[in-house]
Design a protein around this ligand. Structure first.
Ligand SMILES: *Cc1c(COP(=O)(O)O)cnc(C)c1O
Length: 404
């Protein structure tokens, strides 16, 4: 694809005006929105208001003027993006903490079932938290197996199938409806980690009859570094399951200051401590951008961006490890290369920001709201130059940083 062809596609893109709603720095092609979404222009004003007016002027009065309901209010705005009801989603804590709450809750549901099944190679925190959660319950255990052994692992001792919908490295996507059905056929609940799905691909939790879900606020949702996460519980389980991190904010009457814990109705019981109002303000400004977005347009553009970068990468003899069938992947593309780390650093030095995932994956996030075909074409030119010239072999590009 020539630059002119790329520009013509961008001019005809129904999402093209969304780009102006993000503050992207000059000279940067940002292909890492799956790790940390770009800054929405509305965020600085929203945070300014949260600090100066809400906190500075309204002080404690603002708890009753918007802060206390923010977790439910923002959850309701995320719900349509993941195919849930407005009263089935709440914003709280981190994805890791929310995984812990839901894994323990699922294990406590039925004392005859004490196994959590998950996938080897799942995002590390999912497995680490599952390990910690089963360690809190006598007799419980984690059965982590390769993808092709998952179905056989679903015995009648399984309480929960814990899967990440879109794989963080390869972008492989599980068939949510099929795996939810398999878990249910085995008598287990299913918990979907939507960190690489929300805002990236159309998700239909209720259409798939999914039980539980968690996900990140700072990736495709653009909520800002360390933004609060979301948590979903299907209406069917809301009265049965309870939060093991039973803090006062999840109590039925926090300001009754009772000694005994009594869980709040609905999703509020999944709160633990005081909501982080500044982080929530940033997340809400970003979620509001999705109000008028048609996910079918997001999907179509994600596919077109993928196909363009796939053609560039494979044309440069890079091995693509992401599925070419759009129904089987998320919205990023990964290439395997023995010098993936150095390549990534050389690209960053030229303004093309992607990321590296150990041991040999070069990963590029494809965010339809603020990326265009011209960006991909330019990134492709720079990638070709770096590969052809061997510029990435400079030793300075092999020095490892703490965050890759
Ligand atoms: C990014 C990501 C997380 C992040 O969890 P935090 O608690 O926010 O650090 C969790 N799970 C998956 C699948 C992710 O991709």
């Amino acid at each position: 694809m020539t630059l002119d062809q790329a520009r013509a596609l961008d001019a005809a893109d129904p999402l093209r005006t969304m780009r102006e709603r993000f503050a992207l720095p000059e000279g940067v092609i940002y292909l890492d929105g799956n790790s940390l979404g770009a800054l929405p222009r509305a965020t600085a004003a929203a945070l300014g208001d949260a600090v100066e007016r809400q906190w500075g002027e309204r002080l404690i009065r603002h708890w009753n003027e918007g802060w206390i309901e923010a977790p439910q209010r923002i959850g309701a705005k995320i719900a349509p993006l993941i195919g849930a009801r407005a009263d089935e989603v709440i914003v709280a804590d981190s994805t890791s903490a929310n995984l812990f709450k839901l894994i323990v809750a699922a294990l406590r549901r039925d004392p005859t079932r004490n196994v959590v099944v998950s996938e080897l190679g799942n995002f590390p925190t999912d497995l680490h938290i599952a390990e910690g959660a089963v360690g809190c319950l006598p007799g419980a255990s984690l059965r982590a197996v390769p993808r092709d052994a998952l179905e056989a692992a679903l015995g009648d001792d399984v309480a929960l199938l814990l899967l990440t919908h879109v794989h963080y490295k390869t972008a492989e996507r599980f068939d949510m409806a099929a795996w939810t059905r398999r878990a249910h056929d085995a008598g287990a609940l299913v918990l979907w980690d939507l960190s690489h799905s929300a805002g990236a691909v159309a998700v239909d939790l209720n259409g798939c009859d999914a039980d539980l879900a968690v996900g990140c606020g700072y990736k495709f949702l653009n909520g800002g570094p360390g933004a609060p996460a979301f948590l979903h519980v299907h209406t069917q389980w809301q009265d049965t399951l309870t939060n093991p991190l039973s803090g006062w904010m999840g109590h039925a009457a926090p300001f009754a200051f009772e000694d005994r814990y009594a869980p709040a109705a609905g999703m509020t019981r999944w709160l633990t401590g005081t909501p982080p109002t500044l982080g929530l303000a940033g997340l809400e400004a970003a979620i509001d951008l999705w109000a008028d977005i048609d996910m079918a347009q997001v999907t179509a553009k994600s596919i077109a961006l993928f196909d363009q970068l796939h053609a560039i990468g494979t044309g440069l003899a890079l091995e693509c490890v992401s599925p070419t069938d759009p129904a089987r992947r998320g919205s990023h593309i990964s290439f395997r290369h023995p010098q993936a780390y150095a390549l990534c650093q050389a690209l960053i030095a030229r303004g093309v920001i992607g990321d590296f995932r150990a041991p040999d994956i070069l990963r590029f996030g494809l965010t339809p709201l603020y990326l265009g075909h011209e960006d991909i074409a330019r990134a492709g030119e720079i990638l070709a130059e770096i590969l052809d010239s061997g510029a990435y072999l400079d030793p300075s590009f092999s020095k490892r940083h703490a965050v890759t």
